[in-house]
Every structure is written in structure tokens, then in C-alpha cells.
Design a protein around this ligand. Structure first.
Ligand code: NPW
Ligand code: K
Length: 484
């Protein structure tokens, strides 16, 4: 499991650890890891030209100490100081002692710095780290512009400067990195868009913080091994009922395809059988003869261990209400989200998993879509709290939040190719099937998103995919995760 912690927690852990260690040890650990990562990125150190962008705090200190290490190994290192009078003194002395050059951003104007950037093999962004608020400030903007124009490789120290460490929000300008070297733990902003996009590849340097960080983390991301443990694999005793039956109440005369795609996802999620109720039974059975279909309402469909309701449902509020009344886990998607009565969701005794995309989440919260996209973490937490339900917010970084709090799960297996019609219907069926197989709402949502994203990647291999390709790719994703 990859975990991430917010700034307050990181600072508390840092204080606790620092109290046990000689002064400066943590920064030296950070700088050593940073210098190694820079060296690897450049291929060799000797003779390379490195520019450090140095802000007023310890983030700049890390950059300076790492710069000193690179200078000792033969790199030509120039530090551009954005706040010369507040620069980390020890770091500056170390760099000077190692033969580095220092340009004061303010006194010599920015042109000297811009020339150095144009000639550089690598820029190290130590403007601001977890102490940052808001986007880049005016004095850093010409430097950021010069970096962009020079197309020079950028390594961000701890975080790309200008992004919000806790939320992944980017309020203003931020510096894009090819590699972010982060210390002690991932920060939420490194895993959540839009900030994640600025970070490039993220490398975690162990500075010993792990032993003092509390449980649970603020954010966690499942990895292959975690998903493999959670997948519902049948034992010798299993029959189709023990493996779970998932009911799909989806589709309408107008949108029969949504039903077919939700069923396609459900067949690949590990439940032993799929029931379908609704007006698209003919289309479903023609494509999937193994499905148990019924044109009666959900309560007459026979026993299920979980329901999926909503994909392509049109205006069928009665079916949504009926499913919400069932005493089994329910996944609500698409039209179902709009039709579900909030109080009815809150009253439910069994788990509920809601799976909106940003537009649907915005409608439920009564805000603009851009607001949800810019502040995904707070949006998903707010929705989970309002509905008393587990919420999976779809997007390039899908988030899953439980109403009781705890770590929010983030999924990063997705690909832009998944933004294709019907792909969400496949995910709803897949998630419902995992619920029926006995996973908690949080696990079903995050495992579903993981498999779905991976299936999209495997099916796509860099080319466009349709929703059916994604559904068919889910089997490959299972095998990939299980290593079989
Ligand atoms: N935690 C750990 O375990 C370890 C942490 N380490 C390192 O320390 C870093 C944190 O250092 P830090 O606390 O000195 O804060 P940092 O990010 O350098 O900011 C300093 C000042 O910048 C300013 N400022 C604010 N916003 C700004 C903006 N948008 N643009 C420009 N400036 C802005 C603001 O001052 P202001 O100008 O507002 O008075 C703020 O006080 C951390 O990220 C990691 O690299 C490692 O060494 C080892 C272990
Ligand atoms: K930085």
C-alpha cells in the first residue's frame, strides 16, 4: 500500500523524529537522496550544469545541500536565490564551500538566472515545499517561464512549487517537474490531480519518518499485491450462490446499451451469477445468455447479495427507490445518482457505494464542475458525509471515500483512453459484482477502479478503446494482478 500524509501530520512526525536525532540529520538524508536522484536523471554528474532555484525555507536548504554534493562530484552548480536575505545559511555555506556559484535573484535581476537556466542540463526546484501557500509568486514567474522555454529537465524538491501539498489543488502557476523527489512520505498532492500532473515521476526518499507516522494515513493507494489479496477467488467449496449474485437494475428503452455494458462489467467482477431486471432484457440475453433476466421489478427478481442501479435508467425513479429499500449493498451510478433521494440513502442500513464523475458530483453538491475538478479530495469527502455513503469520484485519479472518515483511497491505474462512452457503466457492474462477492464498499470501489483502469490500459496499449474492450480487458487485469 502506498500512503500519503498531509502537512500537519508530516510536521508533527518530523518534530518527534528530530528530537531523537542530531541536528540537521533529516535534511542531510533528504539532500543525499535528492542528489542521487539528480545524478541518475542526468546519467553522469561530472561536467553537467545544474541550476538550483532556492526559496526562503528548508526546501531551498535541501536543494543547496544536494547542489553541494553534486558540485563535489564535478557538476557546475549555480544557485538562484529568490530570497537572498532568508536563504538557508548552512546550505548556502555548503554550496559555496563546494565551489558552487550564487546569483541573487533580486540584485542581479532575473536575466543572469535566465541565461543560466537556458544553459542548464538540470533545474532543481527548491522554491517552496510543504510550507507553500498558493501558486508561484511574481518573482518566480520569469524563472518558471525560462524553464519552460528552455525545455530543461526539472527535479522538484519534495513537491512541485506552487501546488497544494494537502489537496492536490493548483491555485495559480506551478512549476512542472519531470521527477519529484519527496521525503519521508508521499503528500496527497503528489497523488491527486491536478497537482499530480505537475509532479512527473515521484520518487520517495526514506528519511526514517515511517516509524513515527500514525495510522491511518490520510490517503492510500492500492498496489498490485493489495489488490491480489482482496480479489474474491473461489475456493473448492464455492458454488454460484456462495460466490455472490449481483443484480443489475439498469438500462431503458432509450439506453439499452448501458444495461449490456453494466452486465459485461458484472460478469468479470467475481460474483457467481448476474441477474438483470429492466426493459433491456432482450438486448442483455442476446449478448450474455448466462444472465438471469426478469422484466419484473427488483423485489421480484430473486435473491441477490448486491444491487447496481442507475446506468441508463433515464427517469425511472421508482426502480431506484425500490433498490435503495433493499437490505443489501447497493451501488448507485449515473441517472441513479440524480434520482436517489438523499434521505433514503442516509437511512439505509446496508452499505451504499455512489460512483459519480466530476459533473455528477458537482450537480449533487450544487457547485460548478470546475470546482470539483480543482478540489477533488474535499469534494469526495463532502459527498460521502452528506449522503452517509461511500463515494467513488471518477476521473484521472479516482478517489474513494468512506462516510466514517479514515484514509481516502486513490487510484492511479486509469488512462485518458478510459474517458469513453459506456466505460462508467462497465465500472458500475464490476464494482457491484465485487460488492456481491463480499468486499466492503471501500474495497469494492477501489479494487473495481484499479481493475477497470488496468483493463483500460491493457486493452488500449496507447490506442483508443471502446467500453466493450475495457470489459473484455478485465480478465487480463485480474491475471496481471494475480501474476498468473
Ligand atoms: N518535514 C520533514 O520531515 C522534512 C522537511 N524537509 C524540507 O523542508 C521543507 C519544508 O520547509 P519549510 O517549513 O521551511 O517550508 P518551505 O516549503 O521551504 O517554505 C518556506 C517559506 O516559503 C514561503 N512561501 C510560502 N508560499 C510560497 C509560495 N507560493 N512561493 C514562494 N514562497 C512561498 C513562506 O514564507 P513567507 O515568504 O510567506 O514568509 C514559507 O514559510 C520540506 O518541503 C522539505 O523540502 C527536509 O529537509 C527534511 C525533512
Ligand atoms: K519544490
Amino acid at each position: 500500500m502506498r500512503t500519503a500524509y498531509g502537512v500537519e501530520t508530516v510536521r508533527a512526525a518530523e518534530r518527534e523524529l528530530m528530537a531523537r536525532l542530531p541536528e540537521g540529520v533529516l535534511m542531510q538524508r533528504a539532500a543525499a537522496g535528492l542528489a542521487v536522484a539528480c545524478g541518475r536523471l542526468m546519467g553522469r554528474v561530472y561536467g553537467r550544469r545544474v541550476v538550483l532555484l532556492v526559496g526562503s525555507g528548508d526546501n531551498g536548504g535541501d536543494a543547496l545541500y544536494a547542489g553541494a554534493r553534486l558540485a563535489r562530484r564535478g557538476a557546475g552548480v549555480t544557485a538562484v536565490l529568490l530570497a537572498p536575505e532568508r536563504t538557508h545559511a548552512g546550505g548556502l555555506a555548503a554550496l559555496r564551500g563546494a565551489g558552487g556559484t550564487v546569483i541573487s535573484g533580486s540584485s542581479s535581476g532575473s536575466s543572469g538566472a535566465e541565461v543560466a537556466i537556458r544553459r542548464a542540463d538540470l533545474v532543481v526546484d527548491g522554491i517552496v515545499g510543504i510550507g507553500g501557500r498558493g501558486g508561484l509568486r511574481a518573482d518566480a514567474l520569469p524563472l518558471a517561464e525560462a524553464v519552460r522555454e528552455a525545455r530543461v529537465a526539472v527535479v522538484a524538491v519534495d513537491l512541485p512549487s506552487g501546488v497544494d501539498a494537502d489537496s492536490g489543488e493548483v491555485n495559480g502557476e506551478a512549476l512542472r517537474a519531470d521527477l519529484t523527489v519527496t521525503f519521508g512520505t508521499h503528500k496527497p498532492g503528489l497523488l491527486i490531480d491536478p497537482a499530480r500532473e505537475y509532479a512527473g515521476t515521484v520518487r520517495l526518499v526514506d528519511i526514517g519518518l515511517g516509524e513515527v507516522l500514525p495510522e491511518p494515513a490520510e490517503l492510500e493507494a492500492l498496489q498490485h499485491a493489495d489488490v491480489a489479496r482482496l480479489l474474491p477467488v473461489p475456493g473448492v467449496e464455492s458454488d454460484k450462490y456462495r460466490r455472490g449474485v449481483v443484480g443489475i437494475a439498469a438500462g431503458s428503452a432509450r439506453y439499452p446499451g448501458a444495461a449490456v455494458l453494466a452486465v459485461a462489467g458484472a460478469l468479470r467482477g467475481g460474483a457467481g451469477a448476474v441477474r438483470y431486471v429492466g426493459p433491456a432484457a432482450d438486448a442483455v440475453i442476446a449478448r450474455f445468455p448466462e444472465v438471469l433476466v426478469s422484466d419484473q421489478g427488483p423485489h421480484k427478481a430473486g435473491r441477490v447479495q448486491a444491487w447496481v442501479v442507475g446506468p441508463g435508467a433515464g427517469e425511472d425513479a421508482a426502480t431506484v427507490a425500490e433498490v435503495l429499500g433493499a437490505d443489501v449493498p447497493v451501488l448507485i451510478d449515473a441517472d441513479g445518482l440524480r434520482l436517489a433521494d438523499r434521505e433514503a440513502v442516509r437511512r439505509r442500513g446496508a452499505p451504499t457505494l455512489m460512483t459519480p464523475h466530476a459533473g455528477e458530483a458537482a450537480a449533487l453538491l450544487g457547485v460548478a464542475r470546475a470546482e470539483v475538478e480543482g478540489a477533488r479530495l474535499s469534494a469526495v469527502r463532502e459527498l460521502a458525509a452528506r449522503y452517509g455513503a461511500t463515494v467513488l469520484l471518477k476521473g484521472s485519479t479516482t478517489l474513494v471515500a468512506d462516510p466514517a472518515g479514515g484514509a481516502v483511497r486513490v487510484n492511479a491505474t486509469g488512462t485518458g483512453w478510459l474517458a469513453t462512452a459506456g466505460s462508467g457503466d462497465v465500472l458500475s457492474g464490476l464494482g457491484g459484482s465485487l460488492l456481491a462477492a463480499g468486499l466492503t464498499a471501500l474495497d469494492a470501489g477501489s479494487v473495481g477502479a484499479y481493475l477497470h483502469g488496468l483493463a483500460g490500459r491493457l486493452a488500449s496499449e496507447g490506442a483508443p478503446v471502446g467500453a466493450q474492450d475495457v470489459a473484455e480487458g478485465v480478465g487480463r487485469a485480474w491475471r496481471n494482478v494475480r501474476g498468473v
